[in-house]
Write a protein that binds this ligand. Structure first.
Ligand code: ADP
Ligand code: MG
Length: 351
């Protein structure tokens, strides 16, 4: 969606005017617009609202500033063209001939090579040393333990039927609550390294030159298991929710699969994804040496949480949880409560 403030800033910084027929926008939390400009640049512009800027972002120095001072072999981020911190506007070079890793996975699965590179890029980030005073270790708000016992009145009133069913499921599950409490405790105790903290596959772009990781808004010091777990959780989600839903639709019984059938389909999907997941782990370990079972267990826990988080986001728009989403909650809670059992299933043996 064209945005007057962005257009004005782009003009002020000497990039000219957006060429109308090139302008596109992307799904995201913030306002964005991308396009080619009259000065011959390809610009991706994003404007973060004042509330978000003051809110739960990483709130330290940006990765792009800190990372410039050292060489990187695998990790790439979009080149920053201009920033206006006051207005929350951020311009990067638009990678217009890219697609997201999420799209690549949907179309043909993830090949071993890019999966290995993604693991290596993450290992490189987690091995980096920045000035901690400039980055900070701010805790991430989710998973929240509070929602297991109480919702605010507004939260309750604003929740859809699906979301209320989701909260009810959580609040009747003492094992799950215990697992989340333990995971958060283990996270607090874990060594802090530089993390992306929102590593969804739709924020990673593929071009002919390789992978580029976007959206560094949440960048901070934190537990490496967050990033590894989010990548794994994205695959889990893809296998349990999307593949299962596609299969069921093809079988002509949309939404009617039993939990066992749905989980069995998810497991088959994971088996297909296993070579990529193993390559991801090996890529990570090729850069960040060591063997750490506790890291693997926490990563599985965060993968489980990520699945619940994705269900929560989908439930906000539905009157009830679908069978596929109920099954996904079951898989997510099992990953959280029995993380050790999932290490092999998720290709994490080398971690
Ligand atoms: N420089 C870029 N070139 C091409 N696509 C981009 C670029 N930066 C971000 N994107 C795409 O746009 C989406 C939204 O941008 P993002 O920075 O994630 O915004 P938000 O903070 O709103 O989530 C990303 O998920 C990514 O797919
Ligand atoms: Mg984003």
């Amino acid at each position: 969606m064209p945005d007057v403030e962005i257009e004005q800033f782009v003009r002020q910084r000497g990039f000219g005017e957006f060429l109308a027929d090139t302008v596109v926008t992307f799904p995201g939390r913030n306002t964005n617009m991308a396009g080619s400009t009259t000065s011959g640049h390809d610009v991706f512009a994003k404007r973060v609202t004042a509330a978000r800027r003051a809110g739960d972002g990483g709130a330290g120095a940006p990765l792009e500033d800190l990372a410039r001072t050292r060489p990187w072999r695998y990790l790439r981020w979009p080149v920053v063209l201009a920033v206006d911190p006051g207005r929350g506007i951020h311009l990067t070079r638009w990678l217009k001939d890219s697609r997201t890793v999420a799209e690549a996975v949907t179309e043909q699965g993830l090949h071993r090579q890019p999966a290995h590179t993604l693991g290596a890029a993450l290992g490189e980030l987690h091995s980096a040393e920045f000035d901690r005073a400039r980055v900070g270790r701010r805790p991430l708000p989710m998973p929240s333990v509070r929602v297991f016992s109480a919702l605010s009145l507004t939260q309750y009133l604003e929740s859809s039927g699906g979301l209320n069913e989701f909260w009810r499921t959580l609040q009747n599950d003492a094992d799950l609550k215990r697992a989340v409490v333990e995971l958060k405790h283990a996270e607090d105790e874990a060594a802090a390294v530089p993390i992306h903290a929102d590593l969804r596959l739709d924020q990673i772009l593929v071009t002919d030159e390789g992978l580029t990781v976007t959206d560094w808004e949440e960048f901070r010091y934190g537990d490496a298991a967050r990033d590894i777990g989010t990548v794994l959780g994205e695959f889990l989600h893809r296998c349990v929710v999307e593949v299962a839903a596609d299969d069921i639709a093809v079988d002509g019984a949309a939404g009617n699969g039993t939990d066992d059938e749905i989980v069995a389909r998810g497991v088959r999907g994971l088996e297909r994804a296993l070579p990529a997941l193993e390559a991801f782990t090996q890529g990570y370990r090729s850069v960040r040496s060591g063997r750490d079972r506790a890291l693997a267990e926490r990563a599985v826990g965060f993968a489980g949480w990520h699945l619940l988080d994705r269900v929560m986001a989908a439930a906000a728009y539905s009157a009830e949880l679908s069978p596929v989403h109920r099954a996904a909650v079951g898989v997510g809670r099992t990953a959280l409560a029995r993380a050790g059992h999932f290490i092999g299933v998720l290709g994490l043996e080398a971690l």
